[in-house]
Design a protein around this ligand. Structure first.
Ligand code: 4GS
Length: 223
């Protein structure tokens, strides 16, 4: 899978080079390409923002640099083009899974008050929000989306890790987990987990999943 990210702040994207996503790129399981929109401005002072027509607070990103940056990407017509925005559909694990089926994603990050509406109308397939709160830019949302989509790309997680069998698969929270030592400052690991009885362990985990979901996220059980 290839993910192109269009932004005025390419230096923000360090997290995508780290840990599992860094390794996945080294192995060529995943290509993440960050594009600096400012490189495409035709303004002699490299300006990429301007005042909104009709007045109002803040600045908007102008259409020309975004349009030229987007259309410079090879295969942009066929790619799935997403604008990160609080007006979009709220990201869910189901949406993440759907997005992971695209060969090529392009994520547009707005900054300041956002982008000129004509860019959304002319170029964007889908607007996605990471939640009902306001950030200073779409860069963190683009990183969140990239991270959770990448988990479903073959070769990103190791053989032993499953993209599916964790929290939110079948709308349940994950059961509690424990590692060594068996006794930590007087607090014991639940007996069943060290019993060696796999059937009992399975039953305990299902029961704990259900109990935790009822207690912390009853809304999930209604889905
Ligand atoms: C989000 C969000 C966001 C909105 C970008 C104000 C700068 C900001 N983007 N999910 N302008 N929540 N964007 O808050 O995606």
């Amino acid at each position: 899978m290839k993910i192109d990210i269009l932004t005025l702040f390419p230096e923000m994207f360090v997290p995508l080079k780290t840990s599992l996503l860094g390794k996945a790129q080294d192995k060529h399981a995943l290509t993440i390409n960050v594009i600096d929109i400012r490189d495409y401005t035709k303004d002699k002072h490299k300006k990429c923002d301007d005042y909104p027509f009709g007045g109002g607070v803040g600045m908007l990103m102008t259409p020309q640099p975004i349009y030229d940056a987007m259309t410079s990407i090879e295969g942009y017509e066929k790619a799935h083009k997403v604008y990160m925005s609080p007006k979009g559909k709220t990201l869910s694990q189901a949406t993440v899974k759907e997005l992971s089926n695209y060969e090529h994603l392009i994520l547009l990050c707005g900054h300041y008050e956002g982008v000129d509406q004509r860019i959304i109308d002319m170029l964007i397939d889908e607007e996605i929000s990471i939640g009902d709160y306001v950030l200073t830019g779409g860069e963190l949302p683009a990183m969140v989306l990239t991270d959770c989509v990448a988990r479903f790309v073959p070769g990103v997680l190791g053989k032993s890790e499953s993209a599916e069998d964790e929290t939110f698969s079948n709308n349940m929270l994950e059961y509690p987990q424990y590692t060594r030592p068996q006794n930590f400052m007087g607090h014991e690991v639940p007996e069943v987990l060290v019993s060696g009885d796999h059937k009992k362990v399975d039953e305990w985990r299902k029961k704990e999943s259900k109990r935790l979901t009822e207690q912390k996220r009853p809304d999930l059980l209604k889905k």
